[in-house]
Design a protein around this ligand. Structure first.
Ligand code: PM9
Length: 456
């Protein structure tokens, strides 16, 4: 394993609550890790979103914030940076990814439209539904099989895609929603070959592709190391090639953009840009700050440059995730394969085979991991999938996963070894684990705030 391409300049103390304390805290948090106070968490693997340690170059950028209401210098820098790296013509900053998803969905989806995509993401889907659309999954079948070792599980299945277009007519398809390093599949990339073919297919039907670029650097890294012919390509060229095959993107810069807050919407269509600028002023802020301070725009510009040009950052990060996954595999713990980009995903169906999906096995496992070692993980299964808005029935996703998400540049190898040991202890006592029942269910994005209690 090669060492990190950085050294540590500031540290943040963390504490591990005792076992008895953890019992009480978990109960008060209603067995939902989103409701745990972070001061009571030892290692926080809830998310890689906004949890990055910024570089000294980014911190220095905060002091360069131009806090003018209009036309901030930092916006110009960000705009230039996104044009350089991604190649899109027009940029609208937003406070985070879902701000961009909201605007794109409202402007491009009509009531009754279908939005095909390579597996759903929670915030993306809710915005598509609120705009009157219906998400339809066109990812390859292998993505739904946690043990398939397919190197590009984020790929689109063209048969599914074309069948959908023919069934509903091209006019009813708002656009193809194409996510880099598909989160809900376990951080799985698409290949450039697949995207190129998708572009040809959509050109034929005159359908647009909008990329979710949230984890585009990780996807580009996987293309470089797995796709034939790209070994010697700079990451930036791969990113540019991905973007050139799409019509625009939404991005939560809180992940691969290496910042704690920020996002944007980018596109090549001038008319859409004019409409997006009119909308951003209603929901986010002026079109040159999008709900962010000038200093945030600067940190985002610097983070994006850093992530795309210092290739060691993403290479080391992914290596750290891979090593963590391998240590779990060594203990026979069932995880999604291949090990993904931003975290290791436990397969709760195989970890707790005695629990039916309606007993929330992945949610249960997140609670047990916290109890065991004060590590916070996230449910990515039936709770996250929610209900079908038309029928009110629970979706039963094929993947019932616990995500152990690794924040960028935050934890050391010892931290990861500690977590692997704790999860190993839970695995030893798995047969004694009982499920949960839901006692409070918010209407939308229920996983954030739902309450649970142990089944008797
Ligand atoms: N992802 C994550 O933890 C944070 C919120 S959901 C628990 O993975 C993709 C692929 C994401 C994503 C957020 C968003 C929304 C869009 N697409 O959180 O609004 O992974 O910045 O981005 C989270 P924002």
């Amino acid at each position: 394993m090669f060492p990190p391409p950085y050294k540590i300049k500031a540290v943040e103390p963390i504490e591990c609550p005792s076992q008895e304390e953890r019992q009480d805290i978990l109960k008060s948090a209603h067995y939902n890790t989103f409701l745990l106070p972070s001061s009571k968490v030892y290692l926080d693997f809830l998310t890689d979103s906004g949890t990055t340690a910024m570089s000294d170059f980014q911190w220095a950028g905060l002091m360069m914030g131009d806090e003018a209401y209009a036309g901030s210098l930092n916006f110009e820098h960000l705009e230039q940076c996104i044009r350089d790296i991604f190649g899109y013509r027009y940029i609208v900053p937003t406070h985070q990814g879902r701000g961009a998803e909201h605007i794109l969905s409202q402007l491009t989806i009509r009531k009754g439209d279908i939005v095909p995509g390579n597996m759903y993401f929670t915030t993306t889907k809710i915005h598509q539904e609120l705009a009157g659309g219906e998400f339809s999954d066109i990812i390859i079948d292998e993505a739904h099989d946690p043990s398939s070792e397919h190197p590009f599980k984020g790929n689109v299945d063209f048969k599914k895609c074309e069948a959908l277009i023919k069934k509903h007519t091209p006019q009813k398809i708002s656009y193809i929603s194409h996510e880099a390093c598909v989160n809900m599949a376990g951080g799985q990339p698409f290949s450039l070959e697949n995207l190129r073919e998708l572009r040809e297919l959509t050109n034929h039907y005159k359908i647009k592709i909008y990329l979710d670029a949230t984890r585009i650097v990780e996807n580009a890294h996987f293309i470089k190391v797995r796709e034939k012919g790209y070994e010697k390509y700079p990451l930036v060229s791969i990113i540019r090639e991905i973007c050139s095959l799409t019509d625009g993107c939404t991005m939560s810069a809180k992940k691969d953009g290496l910042v704690n807050i920020g996002g944007f919407l980018a596109m090549n269509d001038e008319e859409l840009f004019t409409q997006a600028k009119a909308m951003v002023v209603i929901y986010e802020g002026l079109h040159t700050y999008g709900g962010l301070a000038g200093r945030d725009l600067e940190a985002m510009a610097r983070g994006l440059y850093e992530a795309a040009t210092d290739e060691r950052i993403v290479a080391h990060r992914i290596q750290q995730v891979q090593e963590f996954g391998k240590s779990l595999l060594k203990a026979d713990i069932p995880i999604v394969k291949p090990i993904g980009g931003h975290g290791v995903f436990l397969d709760a169906k195989r970890f707790l085979p005695h629990l039916s999906q309606d007993m929330f096995p992945a949610q249960t496992l997140t609670a047990e991991i916290y109890l065991e070692c004060a590590v916070r993980a996230m449910e990515r299964g039936i709770v996250s999938a929610g209900r079908n808005p038309k029928t009110g029935e629970n979706y039963h996703p094929s993947l019932e996963l616990v995500r152990l998400t690794i924040p960028r540049r935050v934890y050391t190898q010892e931290h990861l070894e500690y977590a692997a040991q704790g999860i190993g202890q839970v695995f030893q006592r798995r047969n004694k684990i009982r499920g949960l029942k839901m006692t409070f269910e918010p209407k939308q994005l229920r996983f954030f705030q739902a309450h649970f209690e142990p089944l008797r």
